[in-house]
Design a binder for this molecule. Sequence first.
Ligand code: CA
Length: 462
Amino acid sequence: MKHLNAVFIGSIFLATSAAAQTAPALTTFSVGATTVTVSELTTGLQVPWELVWGPDNFIWMTERGGRISRVDPTSGQVTVLTTLPDVVTSSEGGLLGMALHPDFATSPYVYVVYNYNDNGYKEKLVRLTYANGTLGSPQVLLGNIPAVSTHSGSRLLILPDRTLLMTTGDAQNRPTAQDLSSVNGKVLRLNLDGTIPADNPVAGNPTYSFGHRNPQGLVRAANGRIYSSEHGENAEDEVNILEPNRNYGWPTVEGLCNLADEQTFCTTNNVRQPIFTWAPTVGVAGLTYYDHPAIPGWRNSLLAATLRGNKLTQIPLDAAGTTAGTGVFTLTSFGRLRALCVSPQGRVYVSTSNRDGRATPGASDDRILVLENRAFIPTATTASHRGQLNLWPNPARHTVTLQRPTPTTSAVTVNIHDALGRQVRSTQFGAGQASISLPLQGLQPGFYSVKSDLGTQRLVVE
Ligand SMILES: [Ca+2]
């Protein structure tokens, strides 16, 4: 723990002292009235597959060959944490997605998905433990997943209820996507110890949603909705809103339910159509959500990295998050783009994928690019916005989870007031606690204020 504390104390200093990137601009582009500057953070990488903004304010990165590193977002320096010895790369396979435990200070676990050999090519979900600057103690949470060198899915996302979503591909065995006895072609939902949550859609089954081909983007937005991007075959790539137990149509349906046989299947099976498609396909990979004042024209938007399309797509959302507007394409001169993450300062980090065997790499490939508004000056309002409580779900029905950005150092009271200002609930974070669940039974549907040391936030009870 001593080392971890040192990391976190260091990170607090970094977060408050980090100035704008000073690397030379490679190019700029406009988002409305904002000039976004693109610069290089790190070069000489080998197929960075996942970028995660960590609780230490470093970028945690996987590279497909098996390396996991922390990248300093100011200097770009790469510190290797481990190289997993049993990763087997093959075409699109290797070390893929990663997620960090939300209570990292007390549960220093890193979840990764990778391909390996065991009587054939397989895929597994492994939990690693971070200690003393390295990752070790591998624990397989879900193994022996059928795999081939393509269509392995493998994005990970931990939800505020402490369950883990994991996308899987159809491993080129198309019927598995509709077969609930197969873990392929799914979005799976697991507890953080690998067991199946008691409230999964089908008892004893890890399936959260099905009918997927090769989903490789996964993000939860501030509105509480979960979005996933998915590689189509030829005609259409997709962005879906994931809902429990919904069918996304593959292999009968690709993209929208717009062909005659698709329409029949969609009607019969209540298929959830994508909210956004690229036609023809562009090889959509990483997906993130942007809602920072640094680039106002990107607020409440999804950002998608595309491989074959060689571009970043901004997908604006409506207030409810259920409808996508017209896509805006940018960052078109850096080749294949695979992974991305957003910093609390509103910078977007995007990794190239020009050494994956499907492009002619430049001398500095692969690299992490920084996209930022260098004229943005954080205000007290935006600074406190970063330190808000995360309320999930919101709207909430039975229970709301209150999540702090960092654990408390001493007990902190949280009060909930109704629209007339009357206090209707009170609870406490204990010292060292970052997350609590609050039952909402007995509260009328409507708007409430959640008041804590982190300010006042609105909660909708439905
Ligand atoms: Ca279609």
